[in-house]
Design a protein around this ligand. Structure first.
Ligand code: GCU
Length: 325
């Protein structure tokens, strides 16, 4: 029986579909919780462009901002299952998933901004990124997220000013311990819920870097930023282990290179955003207070002593970081 023209056409289009599938672009979705004006979004867009270029069009990264695909925790759980390829998280959120990230949540860990940047580029920094593989994801790159400080509708010039205050923290055991050591009442809450929590006085204070403070409009409801700079907690771009293992070696290389470039790009984006956002906030009536950091450092010193005694293995990581110049 002669094959009808219809069947021939169907076979032909099925063949074309199969052929084009062999060369199809793989689209990887990337979730993050900042808005499009935040440097995080700009750095991730840059990462997406470079991944596409370096993979010669094999890979396309689509960036979803504003926690559209879920908050950081939800996104990470999707990544672990392989239902989402990429997510931007940070070392505070990741501490609950893989302990080594917790080291970045220790207050006054770094001597300077330069040392912090060098740690992110160092072997010890890279080992922490690799440490989560068995937990279903791999760290691809760090993104600078500056220093975090307290803000409220009163100045927090010393730990005594935190006594009796409900302070929003990220869901990190170390951040909880830090606020306790400083005398406040830690209240873990998702980032997206914080504006309303501050506005309705569910919490009295919070802590973050300057761009997140202003671009999430927390500066409208908490007008005094006390620059104690207690932590430098990097953001982390992660990829699902399941997705990673399915990539060709060339594409793995392309993604890793794009991620490395994104780290460097973010150092510059961050510096500019921090100074621009500070100026904007001042123009909007925010008051920046300088504080005596020594008082804060002294109050958290027992955290280090306790770690040294109770978790000597983990404390070695602290020492390795401190040894970076
Ligand atoms: C920073 C960080 C985010 C994090 C947020 C928070 O803005 O970049 O990853 O979610 O702090 O305080 O939750």
């Amino acid at each position: 029986m002669a094959i009808s023209k219809y069947v021939k056409m169907t076979l032909l289009s099925a063949t074309i579909a199969l052929m084009s599938n062999a060369y199809a672009t793989t689209t990887l979705k990337l979730s993050h919780n900042q808005n499009k004006s935040h440097p995080v979004h700009k750095a991730l867009q840059f990462f997406a462009e470079r991944t596409n270029e370096l993979s010669k069009g094999d890979l396309k990264v689509r960036v979803y901002s504003d926690a559209q695909l879920g908050n950081q925790r939800e996104s990470l759980e999707l990544v672990q299952k392989g239902a989402l390829a990429l997510a931007k998280s940070n070392a505070a959120e990741l501490e609950a998933f893989t302990k080594d990230y917790g080291v970045y949540n220790l207050p006054y860990l770094f001597k300077s901004k330069t040392q912090y940047h060098n740690v992110l580029r160092s072997d010890v920094g890279q080992k922490i990124l690799a440490s989560s593989e068995k937990n279903g994801f791999l760290g691809l790159a760090y993104l600078d997220a500056g220093a975090r400080s307290f803000y409220a509708d009163k100045a927090i010039k010393s730990p005594a000013d935190l006594v009796g205050l409900k302070v929003r923290v990220q869901p990190s055991p170390t951040a909880v311990n830090m606020v306790k050591a400083l005398g406040g009442n830690p209240t873990p809450l998702a980032y997206g819920e914080l504006y309303t929590a501050l506005q309705q006085k569910v919490v009295d204070a919070a802590e973050n870097n300057i761009p997140s403070y202003t671009l999430s409009r927390h500066s409208e409801v908490s007008k005094i930023f006390s620059a104690d700079e207690h932590t430098m907690v990097p953001d982390v771009l992660v990829i699902s282990s399941k997705v990673w293992n399915e990539l060709s070696d060339e594409n793995k290389k392309a993604i890793s290179q794009a991620a490395k470039e994104a780290t460097e790009k973010m150092f510059a984006l961050w510096e500019k955003s921090e100074s621009d956002e500070k100026q904007k906030a001042i123009a909007q009536g925010v008051k920046f207070e300088n504080v005596d950091k020594a008082l804060f450092k002294q109050a958290v010193e027992p955290m280090y002593k306790e770690l040294q005694q109770k978790e000597p293995e983990f404390y070695k990581l602290v020492e390795k970081i401190q040894a970076v110049e």
